[in-house]
Write a protein of this length. Structure first.
Length: 279
């Protein structure tokens, strides 16, 4: 639990999440609005808790207006994000910091498939974005460039020819990848990014050393940190099997296989450490 919250404020946040769910429903009665108003006015902690709801909504681009009206006109997506933000505030030390961190950005991402699912999205330019399970990405197109921000997980990109000739870029914590008319996959790890190129080529710039760049060609794989490139290696033939709904393993340690499988299912999946290195 968040140690900075008093018991009364924690309870007020729970009540605020309840009232937010009620007021953002499709049908709200005058009696419900009156009870919310009574709850809001009866305690300063309740007013503080509702302000947290307002703050979250403002971060998510809520429309202006009075409190109840804004809640009533929320989209389902915004409602879900606000509820998740309240849960973070309730359950995690430094909840606001977590909500505003990259993990929080991932929770609010444009695309985030549920656990065990692979999501395919055709973007407005005709490009195909495929997200693996436990992945999150934002997409931003403007007059000058097409950008995908990978917050965590793994994506596959098949770019379409753009009539406006805008560059297509993928951003990760470690750098910027520019497609050179291509098909590729990107995986965000804690301390490095892995790039696998299936067709054409991708240009990579490092986040901490943008003057350094590397061109990765079809059939090649590259891992890089924010400050240095790893060695270019031959592409693993199994690198894109997940995009077809297949998990394929060849000469992989059992521990790595189990860790991959656990991303696709709920519950605990593990093996004895004594055999984790067996292939």
């Amino acid at each position: 639990m968040n140690p900075s919250l008093t018991d009364s404020r924690r309870q007020a946040l729970r009540s605020a999440s309840h009232w937010y769910a009620v007021l953002s429903g499709e049908r709200v009665s005058p009696q419900q609005e009156a009870r919310w108003q009574q709850w809001y006015e009866q305690d300063q902690d309740n007013q503080w808790a509702w302000q947290q709801v307002e703050n979250l909504r403002n971060q998510l681009g809520g429309v202006p207006g009075d409190v109840a009206s804004r809640a009533l006109h929320d989209t389902r997506l915004t409602r879900r994000h606000v509820m998740k933000g309240l849960l973070l505030l309730l359950g995690a030390g430094g909840g606001w910091q977590l909500w505003q961190s990259e993990t929080g950005e991932g929770l609010r991402a444009d695309y985030r498939p549920p656990k065990g699912a692979v999501s395919r999205q055709q973007l407005e330019d005709g490009s195909l974005l495929t997200l693996n399970t436990q992945s999150a990405a934002d997409v931003r197109f403007d007059a000058h460039q097409r950008t995908v921000r990978l917050w965590y997980g793994e994506i596959a990109i098949t770019t379409a020819k753009d009539a406006q000739q805008r560059s297509f870029r993928v951003l990760t914590r470690q750098g910027q990848l520019t497609a050179l008319g291509t098909e590729f996959t990107v995986r965000q790890q804690d301390n490095f990014t892995q790039l696998d190129v299936q067709q054409h080529a991708v240009e990579v710039l490092l986040a901490s050393a943008p003057a350094q760049k590397r061109i990765v060609n079809a059939g090649e794989s590259l891992q890089f940190s924010a400050s240095e490139f790893g060695a270019v290696k031959p592409l693993d033939d199994e690198s894109t099997s997940w995009t077809k709904g297949i998990l394929s393993f060849s000469d992989k340690p059992l521990g790595e296989v189990i860790a991959t499988l656990s991303r696709y299912r709920n519950g605990v999946l593990r093996c004895d450490p004594a055999v984790a290195g067996c292939a």
